[in-house]
Design a protein around this ligand. Structure first.
Ligand code: MF3
Ligand code: CO
Length: 290
């Protein structure tokens, strides 16, 4: 990395002088790096202007989730959900990020019961009483990306599945409380994994969260099974998702070889996921989409 003069423009693109922008930030990063820690690369640190764009994208993403929440019920198909997401996202001037992403054929992921994530909407899949479904929505607005998902309980759901959904939601917000400058990604993972284990559940290992903002999936990759104090250092301007998948039984999962996307639990037991997008601020966190 080349040395920047104190009066040179900051590397973040703010237009401010380095000494008035990320100079102190870089000193702290350097200290942690010298301790052997994994530190965030500069290209994932968002500046003010980018944060404002990501915020606006996140607002739309949350609004589309609210729209789905107002309509979802037994009897509708996952294809209906896909249509709602496409129509509401485009009505708000944005584009569904999943559509055509690496060949993904739809605008949203809909994952029922033992489907862990990346379920593909279909007119053949009808929501029925007792289902638990994750609706995972991602938005591109003015080239800024946002991503969040919620679980919905359809009609009368068993106490067992309701508890899985609720514990998973709680784990995300417990993880969120760990987000502050100079903490670590492992701090988030540890509280999530601990809560899952305390309830006899397991956390999926192969699929995790991700940095997001200027692209759909950026560094870091976010595990929910790493230990407190380990994994990447958190710094102001980082933006990523907290999206653990928690299984009632084994943590092991399979990928559907025919469609290439759908992930299911290896033992056929239910799985739940909630996802929020967060920004690390100077003092803690800001929820970008939920
Ligand atoms: N929101 C999902 C994720 O971040 C989207 C997966 S890509 C898709 O994992 F193409 F499946 F939508
Ligand atoms: Co995501």
């Amino acid at each position: 990395m080349q040395k920047i003069g104190r009066n040179d423009p900051c590397w973040c693109g703010s237009g401010k002088k380095y000494k008035k922008c990320h100079c102190d930030f870089d000193e702290i990063i350097e200290e942690h790096k010298n301790l052997g820690e994994i530190v965030p690369p500069r290209d994932i640190i968002k500046n003010k202007e980018q944060i404002q764009g990501i915020r606006e994208s996140g607002k739309i993403n949350t609004a589309v989730l609210d729209y789905v929440a107002s309509k979802i019920k037994a009897g509708c198909t996952t294809e209906d959900i896909d249509k709602w997401v496409y129509e509401e996202t485009t009505r708000l001037g944005a584009v569904p990020a999943p559509l055509n992403y690496e060949g993904y054929p739809k605008s949203v992921c809909t994952s029922i019961d033992d489907v862990v994530c990346h379920g593909i909407p279909s007119e053949d899949v009808v929501l029925k009483d007792g289902d638990i479904i994750n609706v995972d929505i991602s938005t591109i607005y003015k080239n800024y990306f946002s991503d969040a998902s919620r679980m919905f309980c359809i009609g009368q759901v068993s106490e067992e599945k309701k508890k899985l959904v609720e514990i998973t939601r709680q784990s995300v917000y417990l993880g969120l409380e760990q987000v502050k400058p100079w903490a670590h990604l492992g701090d988030i993972a540890q509280v999530i994994n601990d809560l899952a284990k305390a309830n006899g559940y397991s956390v999926v290992r192969e699929i995790g969260g991700h940095g997001i903002g200027l692209e759909f999936h950026e560094d870091p990759w976010v595990s929910y099974v790493t230990a407190k104090g380990t994994d990447m250092l958190l710094a102001p301007g980082m933006c990523f998702t907290i999206e653990p998948m928690i299984n009632m039984g084994t943590h092991k999962v399979n990928r559907n070889e025919e469609d290439g996307w759908t992930i299911t639990t290896a033992d056929g037991k239910p799985s739940a996921q909630w996802e929020i997008q967060v920004l690390v601020t100077d003092t803690g966190y800001e929820v970008i989409s939920h």
